[in-house]
Design a binder for this molecule. Sequence first.
Ligand SMILES: Cc1cc2nc3c(=O)[nH]c(=O)nc-3n(C[C@H](O)[C@H](O)[C@H](O)COP(=O)(O)OP(=O)(O)OC[C@H]3O[C@@H](n4cnc5c(N)ncnc54)[C@H](O)[C@@H]3O)c2cc1C
Length: 332
Amino acid sequence: MSEIIQISVSPERKDDIEFHHQLILQKLDDSDKKVHSIKVLKRSIDARKRQVKYILSYNVFFDQSEIELPYSPNYLNVQDAKKTVHIIGCGPAGLFAALTCLKIGVKPILFERGKDVRLRRRDIASLNKLGVVNPESNYCFGEGGAGTYSDGKLYTRSKKRGNVLEVLQLLVHHGAPEDILVDAHPHIGTNKLPLIIQNITQTIIDHGGEVHFNSKLTDLTIQNNSIKSVLINDNESVTVNALVIATGHSARDVFHLLNEKDIKMSFKPFALGVRVEHKQSLIDSIQYKQQERSEFLPPSSYSLVYNNGERSVYSFCMCPGGNYSPMCNSKQ
Ligand SMILES: Cc1cc2nc3c(=O)[nH]c(=O)nc-3n(C[C@H](O)[C@H](O)[C@H](O)COP(=O)(O)OP(=O)(O)OC[C@H]3O[C@@H](n4cnc5c(N)ncnc54)[C@H](O)[C@@H]3O)c2cc1C
């Protein structure tokens, strides 16, 4: 038997597990029950009143047998697998496609036009400092894909895309902080993401998959209505059985190529965004109703949604506590 208990604590006691334990014992229906262990399920901040609180939901276990086993992704070694899938693009879509291949015993072979995530950092630095854009290695292209160097939220508005917890567990398995499993607004900063991406790529390689950087899809050969081969960097022809094109929304050349080849594409509605930067102290004072944020509270965030019945306007993933954007003109 296990029971879910919710407690609220002041920010300075958010990590005081002993204190949480005491509160849980007070709240238990049957005080004679012996608690075996507790596990935090969700953590959020309630800043509606002047006194800001942390709300924590705990799973309380009364028996060893109730405790869940640690997450294990069960990847197979696909070094000599008969089936292969070629994947173009090492963004989230390409990397997750490759990890799925490892689970079902298929060998993934990835081609990425950009550099690996460490070398990519130098091109981003040169873009920020000197304004020089490397067309194949930048904020959009390179190992990890578009979001890797722009910070942000682990966030989806979709409720129908399957098990989000498994994605979070997979990220933790590859080095993300465990907090993302419980935080109401999980976040992995750009300081941590490159290492996690590197670890995911290493998992693919360690299990017998292949990852090729500086390898850009430049052409396709189609025979009898099926793709037979891809051309990499205009000179290497690679025969394919199954192909996943996971090149994201910035690879315009790929859209032109698919169009030239008469490959049917369907468009997604798009959202147009503007970047707004506020001083963190302003958001903190509004959200926490305090002149200065307590050291026990994280930089606050907000999200706004307006829908007039036909269209909606909403704030996208904000970056609480982030630095001002080097891509913008002024420091605000
Ligand atoms: C500035 C910015 C901030 C964002 N912030 C957030 C956020 O906070 N939270 C969030 O959920 N989402 C955020 N996103 C969106 C998120 O990054 C994308 O939804 C996600 O990266 C899409 O993944 P993908 O794998 O489909 O494509 P991408 O990430 O675009 O990856 C495509 C990959 O394919 C490679 N490629 C392209 N063409 C070729 C080719 N011809 N040959 C070989 N390789 C090729 C590219 O180099 C790239 O690595 C942000 C995006 C941007 C640009």
